[in-house]
Design a protein around this ligand. Structure first.
Ligand code: SAM
Ligand code: DTB
Ligand code: SF4
Length: 334
């Protein structure tokens, strides 16, 4: 592992994320997707190196704090009560168990801890526990992130007061494809939650899933939604669909890995200062494709053996991969 002191752009200081005077049309973004691969990668590299140390990667560890039995019908999700993925339902973890998992994540090198719950939205009682979890994890000196579903004004205020650094809420896909995947809440609900989070002054983490059967225009449509937010999200997770048996999307055709790499590159070009996270789907991805994603501008990944209910590469394997690529955790550069 290299040990360098590099002072690059810190995501904590992202005050300047607006794409000033730049509105990305879906057609502009589709044109990026259609560039020759080498040209697209070159542009992405230029943008990436302008704003970040290209060899540093931010590491987020996930923990499912409440698992399964969710009332939403998201077609990709093993935790939906509408699906039969065989996920064992689990009530909310207690604060001590969450702190223990966060400490373990910190000890293995993660700098951000993301707590996820299988809820449409949190209840008042849920919020009381989540607030305690956020405070305790922050107390360990880690950045905190939570993904709890839709939030109202009271929820965002409680999370802000607890010191939550990031709120994750994905747009998942383009508005015109969304209804094919989820029917129990609409796109505007998601935009409203993101707007509340932004107004409360927390950092926004929002991205989507590729490989759900969307076409290139729809893939471009997701990126346009994200990139045109004023400001765009500080953190943009790009998930490759994990096809879980028992979900409606279990037999979806595999996306060409190079199209996944292109999606990362387009996210980098359109959201120059965002942390673009290579998210779900790494366990099914070769190291070669992951290396191309880093080259395309990904500078964050989920780290630790488990995502929420599905697997992720083990820590030793990820450390070996980073070493092989001459990359190092962002936290070790600060
Ligand atoms: N229940 C909350 C919500 O949906 O807002 C938070 C947790 S939910 C599991 C967080 C995100 O995980 C989803 O928005 C989706 O983008 C991602 N996700 C869920 N299942 C996935 C899968 N099979 N493959 C890739 N990403 C997935
Ligand atoms: C995100 O964009 N991906 C993460 C996190 N944010 C919450 C979740 C991925 C879940 C993959 C399926 C599972 O493990 O249940
Ligand atoms: Fe529930 Fe979130 Fe899964 Fe949708 S993605 S079913 S809201 S846990």
């Amino acid at each position: 592992m290299q040990n360098q002191t590099v002072k690059f752009f810190s995501p904590r200081k992202h005050q300047d994320l607006a794409n000033k005077n730049q509105v990305w049309s879906v057609a502009d973004i589709e044109a990026l997707f259609q560039l020759p691969f080498a040209d697209l990668m070159f542009r992405a590299q230029q943008v990436h190196r302008e704003h970040f140390d290209p060899n540093a990667v931010q590491l987020s560890t996930l923990l499912s704090i409440k698992t399964g039995g969710c009332s939403e019908d998201c077609g990709y999700c093993p935790q939906s009560a509408f699906n039969s993925a065989g996920v064992e339902n689990q009530k909310m973890l207690d604060v001590a168990a969450v702190v223990q998992a966060a400490q373990a994540a910190k000890d293995s090198g993660a700098d951000r801890f993301c707590m996820g719950a299988a809820w449409r939205e949190p209840s008042k009682e849920d919020m009381a526990s989540v607030v305690e979890m956020v405070k305790a994890v922050r107390g360990l000196g880690m950045e905190t992130c939570a993904t709890l579903g839709m939030l109202n004004d009271e929820n965002v205020e409680q999370l802000r007061a607890a010191g939550l650094d990031y709120y994750n809420h994905n747009l998942d896909t383009a508005p015109e494809f969304y209804g094919d995947i989820i029917t129990t809440r609409d796109y505007q609900d998601r935009l409203d939650t993101l707007e509340r989070v932004r107004r409360a002054g927390m950092h926004v983490c929002s991205g989507g899933i590729v490989g759900m059967g969307e076409n290139i225009t729809q893939r471009a449509g997701l990126i346009a939604q994200l990139a045109n937010m004023q400001p765009y999200p500080e953190s943009v997770p790009i998930n490759n669909l994990v096809k879980v048996e028992g979900t409606p999307l279990q037999d979806t055709a595999e996306i060409d890995p190079l199209d996944f790499v292109r999606t990362i590159a387009v996210a980098r070009i359109t959201m120059p200062r965002a942390r673009v996270r290579l998210s779900a789907g790494r366990q099914q991805m070769s190291e070669t494709v992951q290396a191309l994603c880093f080259l395309a501008g990904a500078n964050s990944m989920f780290y630790g053996e488990q995502l929420l209910t599905t697997g992720n590469p083990d820590v030793a394997r990820d450390r070996a991969m980073l070493d092989k690529l001459g990359m190092y955790p962002f936290a070790e550069t600060h």
